[in-house]
Design a binder for this molecule. Structure first.
Ligand code: ATP
Ligand code: MG
Length: 422
C-alpha cells in the first residue's frame, strides 16, 4: 500500500536541484567540467523555480555511463545521457557544436566541443548561460545576463541564419517573450518576419506542441498577438492572416484548459465571420495535430457556446437544458460566454442555478432491467423509452419509480403501435 505524506515525494523541486547538483559534483570530482545549462540557469536568475535541470559537460557519454551506474543513452539525441540521481532523472549532455542545417529543423552533423561552442549553438542569449552550482559562478559567452536585465529575447549570432537553421525557434521566441514579458529584439523580430512563411517546414506536431505551451500560459493573449503581428499566424494555423485583438483569450482564467483557450482564440479571430465554426475547428485540429481528446473538447465547447449565446437555449425544455448543463464542456463554454458577453453569462448562470435546485443529473428512477421485467424486448426502443422517462424525471413530471414504470409502459405501447416496422 502506498501512503502519501510519510515519505518525501520524488518530484519535490528542492530535491530536484539537490539531485542535479549531486550529478555535477560527481562529474567534477572525476575531473570533468560540468555546468547547469540553459533554461534552468535562466529561470533561477529570474527568481523562478526550474521545472527541469540540464547539465552540460566535457565528459563523453561513455564516461558518464561509467560514472553513473543508473544511466542510459537518450536514443535520438546526440551525446545525451539520462542519469538517475536521488530518484530524479537528469539529462547530461556533452558540449557539442552543430554543422549546417539543411532541412530547416535538424543539423546535418554534430560534433563534441567545448562550453563556448555549446553556448553558441543554443537559440537565444537568455538560454545560453551556464552556471557552476558548486561555486555559484556564471559562465556567459553570449551576453545572456545583459539581455535578462534588459528583458530581451535575442538570437545568438546572426538572427537570420539562426532562425533559418531551425524554424521552430521563431515560435520559441514568441513563447519566451510572452511568458516572461520580454520584448523580442529588433533584428530577431525582423528575421522572424522575413522567415515566417517558411514555418511549414516544421511538423504540425512540433508547431502544435509550441502553441499548446503558449496557450497554456497565463500570458496566452500576448503570445497570440505576437504570432499575428509577426505574421506567424498564417503558417501556424494554415489560414489567412488576421489582425483581430485576442479579447476573449485575454479574459480567460489563468489556468484554463488548452481546448478552451483554442476555442476562445478561434472565436476572436473569426468574430464576424458567419462561416462554419465547426469547419474552422477541424482545420485548426489538423494544423496543430490536436489529440482526439483536445479536438473533441474544443468542438464541443464551441457547440455548447453557440447554443448558449445565440442558439436555442431559451427555447429548450427543462430536460434539455439540464442535460446540457450537466454534460461535458458546459463550464468551459460558460467561460467563453463570460469572456464574450458578461450579461448573457450572468443570466444563464442564474438560470442554471435555479435548474440545479432540483438536481441537474439525478440517478435515473428506472433502468434497462426494469424494462426487461416489464417484458419489453431488447432493441432500439429501449433507449428511446429510457430517454423519454428520464426527460420526464428531469422535468419533474415523474418523481417515483412506480410512475416512471407506468410511463415506460405507456410510451412503449404507443411506440410499438405507432411504428409500422416494429
Ligand atoms: P522551458 O522552460 O520551456 O523548458 P528551456 O529553455 O529549458 O525552456 P528546453 O526546450 O527545455 O527549453 O531546452 C533546453 C535548452 O536547450 C534551451 O534553454 C536552449 O539552450 C537549448 N535549446 C532548446 N531548443 C533549442 C533549439 N530549437 N535551438 C537551439 N537551442 C535550443
Ligand atoms: Mg527546459
Amino acid at each position: 500500500m502506498q501512503s502519501q505524506g510519510d515519505k518525501p515525494r520524488g518530484d519535490s523541486r528542492v530535491d530536484l536541484r539537490t539531485a542535479a547538483m549531486q550529478v555535477v559534483r560527481s562529474l567534477t570530482e572525476a575531473g570533468n567540467i560540468a555546468y547547469f545549462a540553459g533554461g534552468c540557469v535562466r529561470d533561477r536568475l529570474m527568481g523562478l523555480e526550474p521545472t527541469d535541470y540540464d547539465i552540460a559537460t566535457d565528459a563523453r557519454p561513455d564516461a558518464v555511463g561509467k560514472l553513473f551506474r543508473k544511466s542510459q543513452h537518450v536514443g535520438e539525441s546526440f551525446g545525451v545521457m539520462l542519469v538517475s540521481s536521488m530518484g530524479h532523472q537528469i539529462q547530461v549532455a556533452a558540449f557539442r557544436t552543430e554543422g549546417v542545417y539543411s532541412d530547416g529543423r535538424h543539423p546535418d552533423t554534430v560534433a563534441y566541443s567545448d562550453a563556448r561552442h555549446d553556448a553558441q549553438r543554443r537559440d537565444f542569449t537568455i538560454n545560453g548561460l551556464f552556471e557552476n552550482p558548486l561555486t555559484g559562478e556564471l559562465i556567459d559567452f553570449v551576453g545572456g545576463q545583459a539581455d535578462l536585465k534588459a528583458k530581451l529575447i535575442r538570437a545568438i549570432g546572426d538572427p537570420h541564419a539562426r532562425l533559418r537553421e531551425d524554424r521552430l525557434r521563431m515560435l520559441r521566441a514568441v513563447r519566451f517573450s510572452a511568458r516572461f514579458g520580454f520584448a523580442i529584439d529588433a533584428a530577431t523580430s525582423e528575421a522572424i518576419r522575413a522567415g515566417a512563411d517558411d514555418l511549414p517546414g516544421v511538423s504540425p506536431e512540433r508547431i502544435g506542441q509550441e502553441v499548446k505551451q503558449m496557450l497554456s500560459d497565463r500570458n496566452r493573449a500576448v503570445a497570440a498577438m505576437e504570432l499575428q503581428t509577426l505574421g506567424l499566424d498564417q503558417a501556424v494555423l494554415r489560414e489567412p492572416h488576421q489582425a483581430a485583438a485576442p479579447n476573449r483569450l485575454g479574459r480567460l482564467p489563468p489556468d484554463v484548459a488548452y481546448p478552451t483557450a483554442l476555442a476562445a482564440w478561434l472565436l476572436d479571430r473569426h468574430e464576424d465571420a458567419d462561416a462554419d465554426v465547426t469547419a474552422r475547428a477541424r482545420r485548426w485540429s489538423a494544423a496543430l495535430l490536436l489529440s482526439n481528446a483536445d479536438q473533441t473538447a474544443m468542438s464541443r465547447c464551441l457547440d455548447v457556446y453557440e447554443t448558449l449565446l445565440r442558439g436555442s437555449w431559451p427555447q429548450l425544455r427543462v430536460a434539455k437544458q439540464k442535460r446540457l448543463a450537466a454534460g461535458g464542456e458546459f463550464d468551459e463554454a460558460l467561460l467563453l460566454l463570460q469572456a464574450t458577453d458578461p450579461q448573457a453569462w450572468v443570466r444563464i448562470r442564474r438560470e442554471v442555478s435555479v435548474l440545479a435546485e432540483s438536481d441537474l443529473a439525478p440517478p435515473a428512477l428506472i433502468g434497462g432491467h426494469d424494462l426487461i421485467a416489464l417484458g419489453l424486448p431488447r432493441g432500439p426502443l429501449f433507449k428511446r423509452v429510457l430517454d423519454a422517462v428520464y426527460d420526464a424525471q428531469l422535468e419533474g413530471t415523474v418523481r417515483e419509480k412506480a410512475a416512471a414504470l407506468a410511463l415506460a409502459k405507456t410510451i412503449s405501447l404507443t411506440a410499438e403501435g405507432g411504428s409500422p416496422d416494429t
